[in-house]
Design a protein around this ligand. Structure first.
Ligand code: MG
Length: 187
């Protein structure tokens, strides 16, 4: 079968990692409970930043956020390795800008994620992911973002939302832990 995955906040804990980086670089100490209550994808308001300051902060921290030690979610690497060994096809579909594509691919491989040549797509807008997902004729697709998930519906594609504080309103099947994937595909 063909499995498609978003990367940030689906396979790896990017926002929480960025939250720690913001605390460090802004010399603040915003508690992690605040992070878990944020109801939107962006994290800057917790640090008292305006949208504009938030986007400057994100862009200036991007190198550190993307390419240092962001942890994959527990079981994510192992689960995808297992799918790969079982002969399934794994695709990555990320809205990260094209200029970060090659390094993101390399970073994923360094973490142990199985990356096959030609199975990595980046640089599209959230709303454009749907075109790639349809063209690939995926069996399963996993993402965290309401903006992406709202655009997806098809009889043959099974879409799952990776559980996050800002997507609780979505009424589609949900995955909280990557260890659940085995049950999902066997059911
Ligand atoms: Mg994401």
């Amino acid at each position: 079968m063909k499995f498609g995955f978003d990367i940030d906040d689906t396979l790896i804990n990017l926002r929480e990692y960025a939250f720690h980086i913001y605390n460090k670089n802004l010399k603040q100490n915003v508690p992690i409970d605040i992070f878990h209550e944020i109801k939107k994808v962006e994290i800057h308001e917790a640090f008292g930043l305006t949208d504009e300051q938030g986007s400057t902060m994100w862009n200036s921290s991007l190198e550190e956020i993307y390419f240092t030690a962001c942890p994959p979610y527990p079981g994510a690497v192992e689960t995808l390795q297992e799918l790969d060994v079982q002969g399934h096809e794994i695709y990555y579909i990320t809205a990260r800008a094209s200029e970060h594509g090659e390094r993101t691919k390399k970073w994923l491989m360094e973490q142990g994620f199985p990356v096959t040549e030609g199975h990595f797509f980046c640089g599209m807008k959230d709303q454009e992911k749907v075109k790639i997902i349809q063209a690939l004729q995926l069996d399963y697709y996993f993402d965290d973002k309401p903006d992406v998930l709202d655009t997806l519906s098809s009889d043959s594609l099974k879409v799952y939302v990776k559980n996050q504080s800002y997507n609780q309103h979505l009424k589609i099947p949900r995955i909280t832990e990557w260890s659940q994937l085995k049950e999902i595909i066997s059911s």
